[in-house]
Design a protein. Structure first.
Length: 256
């Protein structure tokens, strides 16, 4: 029906063919890795968001992170908000699953409230945990269609679980992403790291400067300093120059 309508409008001379053409001049063809903070081109600020099939690094820090994920079984990505830690980790996880390098994706995040108590949450366990795990769903939905994501989760190929449910598990043939690790204690991070099994990759992301725990309780910085001495573990530290959100984010973090 849509094709018939388009043909009829074209025959009547009322069809504007240009509205169906892609405006490729407004889309950046080659993303350049920059030394400073990244921001979209001036003529690309108002374009509609579209799916990007191949994610490329936009800073030198992101380049190091993506290379580290490809070459190490355990990667710790530490940096401020907006540096793409979680997004790049989940992107690599989806690519590994789609290419058959791993058999499943396991995403974990501590159920810690950001400075306020939400009180009792109604519903089943999944409903109670949904607000805490929402950022992981957002990143997955940006890489997979809703139908594909729902099918993979129904088949158990993508699993999202809180940190408290990870003890005692062995994660073989999996891509594991531990997000917001700054809200984990030293003991929790140690427990999570020892879940790593054969043919698996684990990426731990977090910002030690934005922990919702007491400063002495967060164990991410201490774990990163100790693991940095191991050759088979990569610790990537991102900075303000790697922030790919609004330029004000980097400026605010520099003064706050």
């Amino acid at each position: 029906m849509a094709k018939r309508t388009a043909k009829r409008r074209h025959a009547q001379g009322a069809l504007n063919v240009q509205e169906f053409q892609r405006d490729d001049d407004r889309r950046p063809r080659n993303l350049q890795v920059l030394d400073g903070g990244w921001q979209p081109p001036a003529n690309d600020l108002n374009r509609a968001q579209s799916f990007v099939k191949n994610v490329r690094p936009k800073s030198k820090g992101q380049t190091l992170l993506m290379e580290a994920i490809d070459t190490h079984a355990l990667v710790l990505a530490l940096g401020p908000a907006g540096t793409g830690k979680t997004y790049l980790a989940i992107t690599k996880a989806v690519e590994a699953l789609e290419s058959g390098k791993v058999g499943r994706i396991v995403l974990s995040r501590p159920a810690v409230e950001a400075g306020e108590s939400l009180g009792f949450l109604p519903g089943a366990m999944e409903d109670k945990l949904a607000p805490y795990l929402r950022p992981l769903y957002d990143a997955l939905q940006d890489r997979l269609s809703p139908k594909r994501l729902k099918a993979l989760m129904a088949e158990g190929l993508i699993e999202i679980a809180p940190v408290g449910f990870m003890r005692g598990r062995t994660l073989n043939n999996a891509f594991v992403v531990i997000d917001e690790a700054q809200n984990c204690t030293y003991g929790q991070i140690k427990m999570l790291l020892t879940r790593l099994g054969w043919n698996s990759t684990m990426v731990v992301t977090g910002d030690p400067a934005q922990t919702d725990l007491l400063p002495d309780l967060s164990g991410l910085s201490a774990v990163a300093e100790k693991l940095e001495e191991l050759k088979n573990v990569s610790v990537v530290r991102l900075g303000e120059a790697d922030i790919v959100r609004h330029p004000l984010v980097a400026s605010m973090l520099g003064v706050l």
